[in-house]
Design a protein. Structure first.
Length: 85
């Protein structure tokens, strides 16, 4: 019985990780990057917050790095699942 519960918890972890960390993150990150592109193209950062353009680029960089990290973790989880099967 404990083995079945453990397997169920592992399966739910993989499922929720995929839903929130891959699907949800990619959707949110994509919208964020579209907003950043709009701000950069229309030079809104200079108009409303002069001198803070570096911070916008910092946020874009961190967002892309975190996206890569999410995909790396998911690939590690998929490899672990493959080894279990």
């Amino acid at each position: 019985m404990l083995k079945v519960f453990e397997l169920f918890c592992q399966a739910m972890f993989v499922l929720t990780f995929f839903i929130f960390r891959i699907v949800g993150w990619v959707h949110t990150c994509y919208k964020f990057l579209l907003d950043c592109r709009y701000v950069i193209q229309n030079k809104l950062i200079r108009r409303y917050q002069p001198g803070s353009g570096w911070f916008l680029w910092y946020l874009i960089t961190i967002s892309l790095l975190l996206s890569a990290l999410q995909l790396f973790w998911f690939c590690q989880i998929v490899e672990k699942v493959k080894n279990m099967v």
